[in-house]
Design a binder for this molecule. Sequence first.
Ligand code: CO
Length: 207
Amino acid sequence: MREDIEHLFARNKVWAKKMTDMDPEFFMELSKLQEPKYLWIGCSDSRVSANQVIDLAPGEVFVHRNIANVVVHTDLNCLSVIQFAVEVLNVHHIIICGHYGCGGIKAAFEGSEYGLIDNWLRHIKDVYRWHKKEIDAQPDHKSRLNLLCEKNVIEQVANVCHTTIVQRAWKNKKDLTVHGVIYDIENGILRPIDTEVRATKCYPSTG
Ligand code: CO
């Protein structure tokens, strides 16, 4: 029912006024074009909102989110976002952001059943299978989940790098870097998870 979300319209009015009070031309300028430098691929989790986590204003980051920040080779939705970001918006950075405490990662790891989404989470189960030895060797359940969150980011960075879009961009000497980062919902801190993966300008074209 509309009354249930009435307060959201009220909040929106206050926010829009605050923005125009700071800069009367803000929305008019932004309406002409967007020039974000970053593409953010993150989890749909309500606690990991891209703009808020990296404190960027509207217009500064192009965003794709799905459950457990997965980049699937045949996902037209995600691939279209990457293509538009790289080829039309000319972003210089693609940021894959995972987060600790991810419900999708937990469900995949623990084998919980939720119906349709279990098929999506198969991708995470694959990541676990590839890194099972290292993950199982962790001292406790939380550390195992945390490591799976990190391994998932690393695998998704590789998936982004292997898309035809990123491969073509690098072939054309485009300035484009793919970064893997992880967000800690317990303290709000974002950090790079693997320096090797961060500098992927020369990522091999096959493999
Ligand atoms: Co999540």
